[in-house]
Design a protein around this ligand. Structure first.
Ligand SMILES: [Zn+2]
Length: 118
């Protein structure tokens, strides 16, 4: 892979996804998600950002929560774990959720401004 391509990423966006801003936090995170999904030969698809139905105080409504489709990932839990590890190495405020009842077909990612550095 050439040096140029190392910096290039691609993200598919589900119809209806709404953004008010694509901030620094998700530019950095998107690169991580792309590189992890690449190992499974999957181009990441965003299924929700500001749009959708989430709990009222969700980071989605502050442009700090994005959901990623897990279709095609041979091991979505391992992918989520890799994303979490790499994101939190950058900044402890990243939270990555996969595997509970509400997070089986997507990986929820957020940048939690209230998170304590433990
Ligand atoms: Zn979410």
């Amino acid at each position: 892979m050439s040096r140029v391509f190392l910096f290039m990423i691609r993200i598919n966006v589900k119809k209806g996804v709404v953004f008010n801003v694509i901030g620094y936090e998700f530019c950095a995170l998107s690169r991580i998600v792309f590189r992890v999904f690449e190992k499974y030969n999957v181009i990441p698809t965003l299924t929700s950002a500001y749009d959708g139905e989430h709990v009222p105080d969700s980071w989605h409504y502050k442009d700090l929560g994005w959901d990623w489709r897990t279709w095609g990932l041979a091991d979505p839990k391992a992918a989520a774990d890799a994303i979490r590890r790499q994101a939190q190495a950058l900044d402890y405020r990243y939270t990555v959720i996969f595997g509970d009842k509400k997070h089986l077909d997507h990986i929820h990612t957020e940048y939690d401004l209230n998170k304590k550095n433990t």
